[in-house]
Write a protein that binds this ligand. Structure first.
Ligand code: SAM
Ligand code: SF4
Length: 476
């Protein structure tokens, strides 16, 4: 498995089969004359590369040996592909977690050395991971005791973007389920509020996400938010509404959000290039994004976030740089830069119309974003990597100081329990010592969520049992 993950560093989305005669990888590790040796032979098409390396590894530590094999593999693969992957040989571990291991034990400078020399991570990525780790720790240290968070899923969209695989109902028949869906969500919110009270938990953050929550009309939005206000102490809680696509946003809806205590909104464009917006199937223009941002500024939210995607099909480096500069000129408090992922059930994957293997263009985009934003007072505060991502890159949330999203940090780092309400959501119960997480999945699709014969609603008893089992509450 480790060897396959090494290959995926260079060829995301590659499939492995015994009958592949074009490509092969052979790795041998052995001890000779007191040295650990690693021999790697890699064949890709008609290109062959071989490297042998030796090193003394005291006590043959598993991690050191694994890293030695990884580095030898990269030396070998670099001769064929011509580059070292941005995240070097790090696979399977969250970048911030990896950075924290070394920052906590050896300090920032030594952590930088280890990440760059021993894991071959680029300086830019290592700096992002270390900064995100420090920023994340600062936010987490300020949280209340017995905290929890709430996620409300609105899995409906006006249409489907070609790159997206999130559950998002777009047909008129499925959109007609929204009123019934909201009624059931309200019942679940009542159950969660009961649970939170009975366990004396403190709600730290609420996140209404999608899909496209701004697809709800004003009355529906008001009704949902009224319900949330009636159950939870919204004033003392970070409250985010992922409005999403500008084509669904109106001034009136934004006013409803503001009046109901929402302080953070996400208004996304992904790119400001109208041709790219069209080609990726996003049915809005840059102008609509500008208009939505202007309205949100006028309404006066504490924090606005905009999502961008680096490496979208048909987007050049120059176009991405322009997108980032366009978004930055509006000064949102948060900018999240995702790297394009070829998601399994996206239109692009289904049609096999996009190939991200060997495409390193997005690395320069994400490096530019890191440098540009950090020079202008934004700092990375959460980050994660996903499979099948262009250049094996990452998703990074940047924030002006003091505007980091607690919810995003908690979700990624699994720092405390998050109750998930609605179709496609997940309740994650984190044990008091944070050593394990129990997950309860809601039905994936709204029509399943609404089927009372198959799904009876948020299971308070199960959650209570898991919270007690892990002793997740009741302790300071
Ligand atoms: C859950 S989606 C919802 C956002 C909202 N519906 C919108 O489109 O503005 C959150 C974010 O994930 C990112 N995303 C979705 N699919 C992606 C993909 N295939 N590759 C990279 N980022 C992706 C986008 O930046 C998107 O804004
Ligand atoms: S990117 Fe957003 S709007 Fe587009 S389909 Fe996905 S969730 Fe819906």
């Amino acid at each position: 498995m480790y060897y396959q993950s090494l290959v995926l560093l260079y060829l995301p989305c590659e499939k492995f089969g015994a009958d592949d005669t074009e490509n092969s990888l052979y790795i041998k590790a052995f001890i000779k004359d007191g040295y650990n040796h690693v021999y790697v032979r890699l064949k890709v098409g008609d290109k062959l590369s071989e490297v042998t390396d030796k090193k003394i590894i005291n006590n043959s530590q598993y991690a050191d040996m694994k890293n030695f094999i990884g580095r030898t593999f990269v030396k070998c693969a670099e001769k064929i592909f011509g580059f070292v992957p941005p995240w070097g040989i790090s696979t399977g571990v969250k970048p911030v977690k990896l950075a924290r291991m070394f920052v906590n034990s050896y300090g920032k400078d030594e952590a930088m050395r280890i990440l760059t020399d021993e894991y071959l991570i680029s300086r830019s990525k290592a700096k992002t991971a270390i900064d995100a780790c420090i920023n994340e720790d600062k936010v987490v240290s300020q949280l209340n005791s017995n905290p929890c968070s709430l996620y409300v899923s609105i899995p409906f969209c006006p249409s489907k973007c070609n790159y997206c695989s999130f559950v998002s109902c777009t047909t008129p028949r499925l959109l007609s389920l929204i009123p019934a869906y909201l009624e059931k969500v309200k019942k679940e919110l009542s159950a969660v509020s009961e649970l939170i009270k009975s366990c004396s938990l403190k709600l730290e953050s609420i996140y209404i996400g999608g899909g496209t929550p701004a697809i709800l009309d004003e009355c529906q939005t008001e009704d949902l938010l009224c319900c949330i206000n009636s159950f939870f102490d919204v004033k003392n809680t970070e409250f985010t509404f992922e409005a999403g696509r500008p084509d669904c946003i109106t001034y009136e809806k934004l006013c409803v959000l503001k009046n109901m205590g929402v302080e953070r909104v996400s208004i996304n464009t992904q790119t400001t290039n109208d041709e790219v917006l069209k080609s990726v199937g996003r049915v809005h223009t840059y102008k609509q994004y500008l208009k939505s941002m202007e309205m949100a500024k006028n309404v006066g939210f504490k924090c606005i976030n905009t999502d961008l995607i680096a490496g979208l099909p048909d987007e050049s480096y120059d176009s991405f740089v322009k997108s980032l500069k366009d978004v930055h000129s509006l000064e949102p408090e948060n900018i999240t830069v995702h790297a394009f992922t070829l998601k399994k059930s996206s239109q692009y994957r289904i049609n096999s119309s996009v190939d991200i293997r060997r495409d390193m263009s997005a690395k320069y985009m994400t490096d530019f974003a890191a440098e540009f934003l950090c020079e202008r007072g934004y700092l990375p505060y959460y980050m994660y990597r996903q499979k099948n991502t262009i250049g094996n890159l990452d998703n990074v949330g940047y924030a002006k100081s003091g505007f980091e999203s607690i919810y995003n940090i908690i979700m990624m780092g699994e720092y405390h329990t998050v109750f998930g309400v609605g179709a496609g959501s997940v309740t994650k119960i984190v044990s008091q010592d944070k050593s394990h997480v129990d997950r309860i999945f809601s039905p994936k699709y709204p029509y399943e969520f609404l089927d009372d014969s198959k799904y009876s609603g948020f299971d308070i008893n199960k959650c209570q049992g898991l919270l007690k089992k892990g002793d997740s509450f009741g302790k300071e």
